[in-house]
Design a protein around this ligand. Structure first.
Ligand code: SF4
Length: 398
């Protein structure tokens, strides 16, 4: 028996909040990446001072937090002492509950066994590693700094260092990739029995060097039908190997829980669930976003501007918006459909004062007939096939 007991899709606080810290450094920029980071590590000290100031100025002691996610960029370019300081400062400035999920994003090309052990002693209990592929041609295309061998070694080190919650990121849809080479990547991945897997479709974000190369026909993207085939291969292979797809790109390993049931609950990314379920999230660092319903606000991306604002005693806010009920409803549909548990109809009706089934009866019937959406246990969710068409289905609801 499989059980996924995510919290309800839409809920109001007092669910614990999540704290995100953005480390804006990478050893080299990957051409497909549109996250904010720089390769000039000389700004580390000034950045850390600014980060400490931002945490002290933000505080938010009235909120309880149960996750801390240190992402980026490449947080593993920072040494153990620095990560230790960041975690200690977060505990001083925020009300972090006992047994929080503390995740550190790691690039396999930047860590040693000693480092991973040190991070664990500093309080990190979950590693999220950007493996992307075990195939050297793919890694070259993505211009990753690490080899397949480095990735395998880093996973083994993380296990040896005692982490019991390891997430691996993979990318599919890479030009030149075949179904069999993607399957080989999936096989190599499950051999390590990671607790969590994120499988992302390669996207060509505007403004990235890879998007520029695509426009200049430096390479040919894979045909859409092949990328769809990879998505279906991912779902069926990981399901057959004990992983539950709980979000469109995210899979958690099933384990036998204390009651003797098979459950993936303990292996879900607690932090990422907050983004998909309207919980409060506070983002610290350049480009970091925060959400306290109905407000969203975000920081300057430019690190120099970020440091400068904090050095003059100002929070480094670049913008904010207040989401209308209509905008929140659109997000609730989109975020609900991303998740396997779907939109929780009762909660949706209560929150927005509408009758979801009556409002969308035509769309739901049509999509049910096409096998793209299913209604079950007071929920409306995409089928495995429907997940392929998330964007166009969400537009039909909107
Ligand atoms: S290492 Fe990660 S954050 Fe840095 S450029 Fe590459 S994909 Fe982006």
């Amino acid at each position: 028996m499989s059980i996924i007991q995510n919290p309800p899709c839409i809920t109001s606080d007092p669910q614990p909040a999540g704290l995100y810290i953005h480390i804006p450094f990478c050893l080299r920029k990957c051409p497909y990446c549109d996250f904010y980071s720089i390769t000039d590590l000389s700004l580390q000290t000034a950045f850390l001072d600014a980060l400490t100031s931002e945490m002290n100025m933000t505080r938010e002691l009235d909120k309880e937090f149960d996750t801390l996610y240190i992402g980026g960029g490449t947080p593993s370019v920072l040494d153990i002492k620095t990560i230790d300081t960041i975690i200690k400062t977060a505990h001083q400035c925020f009300n972090i509950l006992s047994k929080p999920e503390v995740t550190l994003e790691v690039n396999p090309g930047t860590v040693t066994l000693e480092q991973l052990k040190g991070y664990r002693q500093a309080g990190v209990n979950r590693i999220n590693m950007g493996v992307q592929s075990f195939n050297s041609t793919n890694l070259d295309f993505l211009a990753r700094i690490h080899s397949a061998k480095d990735a395998k070694m880093a996973i083994k080190w993380a296990q040896k260092a005692g982490y019991e919650n390891i997430g691996l990121d993979l990318i599919y849809g890479i030009p030149g990739q075949t179904t069999s080479s993607w399957l080989k990547d999936l096989h190599s991945t499950v051999e390590f029995h990671p607790q969590h897997l994120s499988c992302y479709m390669l996207s060509f974000e505007s403004g990235t060097p890879m998007h520029h190369s695509l426009q200049n026909r430096v390479f040919n993207p894979l045909p859409e039908h092949l990328v769809c085939e990879f998505f279906e291969t991912t779902q069926s292979f990981l399901n057959a190997n004990g992983y539950i797809q709980y979000e469109i790109s995210n899979f958690a390993q099933e384990v036998i829980d204390e009651s003797g049931f098979k459950s993936a609950q303990s292996n879900l990314s607690r932090h990422n669930l907050k983004y998909w379920n309207f919980f409060t999230t506070i983002g610290i660092g350049p480009s970091a976003h925060s959400f306290i319903e109905p407000q969203r606000f975000w920081n300057h991306s430019n690190i120099k501007k970020y440091i400068q604002e904090l050095s003059t005693g100002r929070l480094p806010r670049a913008g904010k918006e207040s989401l209308s009920q209509e905008q929140l409803m659109i997000e609730a549909v989109y975020l609900g459909l991303r998740q396997a548990k779907g939109i929780v109809v009762d909660a949706f009706d209560k929150k927005f004062g509408v009758d979801f089934k009556a409002l969308f009866t035509g769309v739901i019937t049509d999509l049910e007939e096409k096998g793209l959406v299913k209604m079950f246990q007071n929920r409306c969710a995409l089928t495995a096939k429907g997940m392929l068409y998330l964007d166009s289905i969400a537009v039909m609801f909107i």
